[in-house]
Design a protein around this ligand. Structure first.
Ligand code: ADP
Ligand code: MG
Length: 478
């Protein structure tokens, strides 16, 4: 039997406001426990929440970016459950009337294929506090600094058909919220995490199978692994005559498996109802118009512009727009060089990407700035060094040995372009290889490469390759 996977994601993006969604307490990460929780976040009696206008602006930006309708009126609701890190006994969220209605997002897969994924809705809510189990013996610590931090929960349609598509979708949302400057995207700190809903059905069947929900996955790699594990588990279960039960599961990255957390029967009845402490959120059309004017260039627009304005291939453009920081770096280098977009793209997607990958860092942490990188590429463009020598110079720059020009100088890597000097070396090579010269002149044109190699060896790779080729040909053919 052939099976088809069905996936829908619920992504939580922490909004980048300075203060919380319903209080003035700071949202800065990493403070001493319970130093950034005020009476509202602590849920003390008699206090009232006041909505932070900035979160409305951010949610509106997101809605516009996915082509969704931003609701004229949405409502905050109480989601009731008991947990020690939720002192009020309920989380303020949105239920029946979310602030962002349905929209779409186009994802690009590795092979360049694109697919449109439906976004069902996005709603505003507050985060809960954190329970700290590790630092205490036989006790649990409660840190309420995170309580009341604003979240945008983005719910997708069950439109994805593989773990690969789910990761592409998650990456696209991750990139989009950073372009919009509404979320810092920091997954280690939990600013961006997702719940994956997974089911399988026999290929060709229309009705969906029973789904399970894998909670709180905070890396792209884990999402892919967790889904693949869960799909196989469900298929094995059904093929062995069993049935998938709707439940919440946890992914354990150390053992690469998912484990049951609670079944539907044990699921909470949240008893949602409109929060009487908060008025409905009404957004005026003028507000939306104003936000429209503040919208930055979005990834898809940027990609189209990189292709038309800089003449890049769709593949190159797609890699360069994956993060806003990468796109900015590219444009800074091209501006500095006054062009050479293709060369810049090749070097960024090749040498630069390889070093970032090796050191497991993001472009923001790269030890070579856009300016310094332009300084290196300039020396390829003006023939001071060959592309091959440039890689050596780039390594030295990466290790903090100075600018491209300083390294070229101190290591004596300047390309030899003095044709007199190159001629002398070529004469020498020709004189030392009489039998190869005879074979070449006898019709073995391929041997030209051998002579080029000899000249390069004699000059430690510093002779200008174009000149070497030209002078060699001239001398050998005469
Ligand atoms: P809930 O509110 O209980 O979490 P929803 O119906 O809102 O349930 O769905 C939550 C997520 O689950 C959505 O992203 C949706 O696309 C996805 N989903 C729903 N049904 C399925 C299914 N059969 N297989 C996979 N994903 C599903
Ligand atoms: Mg859910």
């Amino acid at each position: 039997m052939e099976w088809e996977t069905v996936i829908g994601l619920e992504i939580h993006a922490q909004l980048k406001t300075r203060s919380k969604i319903f209080s003035g307490a700071s949202t800065a990460y990493g403070a001493e426990p319970n130093t950034q929780a005020c009476t509202v976040d602590l849920g003390l009696p008699g206090v009232l929440p006041v909505l932070n206008k900035e979160v409305v602006r951010m949610a509106t930006k997101f809605g516009l970016a996915i082509g969704a309708e931003v609701a004229r009126k949405s409502v905050f609701a109480r989601k009731n459950y008991f947990y020690p890190d939720l002192p009020k006994g309920y989380q303020i969220s949105q239920f029946e009337l979310p602030v962002v209605k349905a929209g779409t997002l186009t994802i690009t897969l590795d092979d360049g294929e694109t697919k449109v994924i439906g976004v069902t809705r996005a709603h505003l809510e507050e985060d809960a506090g954190k329970s700290l189990h590790e630092d205490f013996h036989g006790m649990t610590g409660i840190d309420l600094n995170r309580a009341g931090t604003p979240l945008l929960e983005i719910v997708s349609e069950p439109d994805m058909r593989s773990a690969r598509e789910a990761v592409a979708y998650m990456r696209k949302i991750h990139s989009l919220v950073q372009y919009l400057d509404i979320c810092d995207g920091n997954m280690q700190e939990g600013s961006f995490r997702c719940d994956a809903n997974v089911s399988v059905r026999p290929k060709g069947q229309e009705a969906f199978g029973t789904r399970t929900e894998i909670k709180n996955i905070n890396s792209f790699r884990f999402v892919e692994r967790a889904i693949n594990y869960e799909v196989q588990r469900q298929i094995d279960l059904i093929e062995d005559g069993g049935e998938v039960v709707q439940e919440t599961r946890l992914y354990d990255p150390d053992r690469n498996e998912t484990r049951s957390m609670r079944s539907k029967e044990e699921a909470n009845d949240y008893r949602y109802f409109p929060d009487p402490d908060l008025l409905p959120l009404v957004i005026e059309p003028e507000f939306i118009e104003q936000v429209k004017k503040e919208m930055p260039e979005l990834p898809d627009e940027k990609k189209a512009r990189f292709e038309s304005e800089h003449g890049l291939s769709s593949y190159d453009a797609n890699v360069l727009i994956a993060s806003r920081a990468t796109a900015d770096y590219f444009e800074a280098v091209v501006a500095e060089l006054g062009g050479e977009a293709k060369l810049v793209a090749n070097w960024m997607n090749g040498e630069l990407a390889a070093r970032l990958n090796r050191d497991a860092i993001e472009i923001e942490q790269a030890p070579v700035s856009a300016d310094a990188f332009a300084g290196l590429l300039r020396r390829i463009v003006d023939n001071t060094i060959s592309g091959k020598i440039a890689k050596e110079v780039f390594d030295a720059m990466w290790n903090g040995e100075g600018s491209a020009d300083e390294i070229i100088d101190s290591r004596g890597l300047k390309q030899i372009t003095d044709s007199g000097a190159i001629e002398a070396i070529i004469d020498n090579v020709i004189a030392n290889n009489p039998s190869q010269v005879e074979q070449y002149r006898g019709g073995q044109a391929k041997l030209l490469g051998y002579f080029v190699g000899q000249v390069m060896k004699a000059t430690q790779g510093k002779a200008n390759p174009a000149q070497v080729n030209q002078i060699l040909k001239q001398k050998l053919d005469s």
